[in-house]
Design a protein around this ligand. Structure first.
Ligand code: NAX
Length: 328
């Protein structure tokens, strides 16, 4: 086996951490021949919980696990890592507005960006903690030494949710639904682009003729799925979020098949689709399989799609305005 891949997970004692860490340790992400060393990063108050999770991971006897280290200090936790999965952040409390959440969580990502700059160099940073696009922007801006292209935020859960909805409506397997890009923010303004998606290579709109469903119920179900899960389960999505995080990492590591794409929020370049630069924006992207990726160019957007993308762009611009003091 080659030398271990070091993966830091913040919020390791939380719900998503509990679903995510076992699957990383099991070899599912980096393969059966690759050792993994886990860095569990938590707040001091939650270290005991992280220790309990670590005991359970040990008890699984994964042959791909090199070991687990637990930290209450991000700079130590990020030392020498190859991946930083920034999951930990403060959840939205009762009656709390999204803008309050943005203000409250921003400083966490200033600290983590600075810690990454000091402790890590060749690292891929994936932000899951909400509001994940803007948190990623803050971390990236506070970590100028690491190339911007190595930062991304997760919209894969939204893509998976959208593919599942389309598959159910068309009565096909989820694996038959492809090219379903999420545009914009991981929030209720995101646009799940059914217009360019396919079912077995055919356009979704050819297979599903119910345009009202596509423009209405489909989009709003995907946009509000997180809230529907909280209402049903009493807790936010955790296993599906961890699953999407694994998909996100794997899709970036593998070369994307010709003609296909996946969704990820990445730094906007100011050129693609008239999105201003300096945002973390979800686009259709394609991995080259060598650590680099490209935003897919030339995707045809209808007036309907453009209106939706405009609104999610405006939301991201307003989030950036709220945290502007945290961006250097
Ligand atoms: P939990 O509240 O179960 O766990 C969060 C953990 O983060 C806690 O153990 C807490 O101690 C830790 N934490 C808080 N601040 C920290 C810091 N500065 N350093 C290290 N650890 C810290 O939340 P969970 O359900 O695991 O969700 C985590 C985040 O994922 C939330 O922000 C949530 O909103 C977000 N989500 C993002 C999704 C996405 O698609 N991008 C979907 C699922 C989820 O809602």
């Amino acid at each position: 086996m080659s030398s271990p891949i070091h993966v830091a997970v913040t919020g390791a004692a939380g719900q998503i951490g509990y679903s995510l860490l076992f699957r990383i340790a099991s070899g599912e992400v980096f393969g059966p021949k690759q050792k993994v060393r886990l860095h569990l990063v938590e707040l001091p108050v939650a270290i005991k919980g992280a220790e309990g999770t670590a005991m359970e991971i040990d008890d699984c006897g994964f042959s791909t696990l090199d070991g687990i280290d637990i930290y209450d200090n991000p700079e130590q936790g990020f030392s020498g890592i190859n991946y930083a999965l920034l999951v930990g952040s403060k959840p939205r409390g009762p009656g709390m507005e999204r803008n309050d959440l943005i203000r409250d969580n921003g400083p966490i990502f200033v600290g983590q960006g600075k810690a990454l700059a000091k402790a890590a160099s060749d690292v891929r940073v994936v932000v899951v903690g909400n509001p994940c696009n803007t948190n990623c922007l803050i971390a990236m801006n506070n970590c100028r030494d690491i190339p911007a292209a190595q930062f991304s935020a997760m919209t894969m859960l939204d893509e998976n949710r959208a593919r599942a909805q389309i598959a159910a409506k068309a009565e096909v397997g989820v694996g038959e639904v492809g090219r379903l890009a999420i545009w914009g923010n991981h929030s209720s303004t995101m646009f799940p682009d059914y217009e360019n998606a396919t079912i077995n290579g055919k356009s979704v709109t050819e297979v599903i003729s119910d345009q009202d469903w596509l423009q209405g119920e489909f989009i709003s179900t995907v946009q509000k799925r997180g809230a529907a899960i909280i209402a049903a389960r009493g807790k936010s999505s955790a296993a599906s979020a961890a699953n999407a995080c694994i998909d996100h990492i794997k899709r970036f590591r593998e070369k994307t098949p010709e003609g296909s794409w996946f969704s990820a929020a990445v730094p906007s370049d100011g050129k693609s689709y008239d999105i201003p630069s300096g945002l973390i924006f979800s686009y259709p992207v394609r991995s080259n399989g060598d650590g680099s990726y490209e935003i897919v160019e030339g995707v045809k957007l209808s007036d309907f799609a453009r209106t939706k993308i405009k609104s999610t762009t405006e939301e991201l611009l307003s989030e950036r305005e709220i945290v502007k003091e945290l961006l250097c």
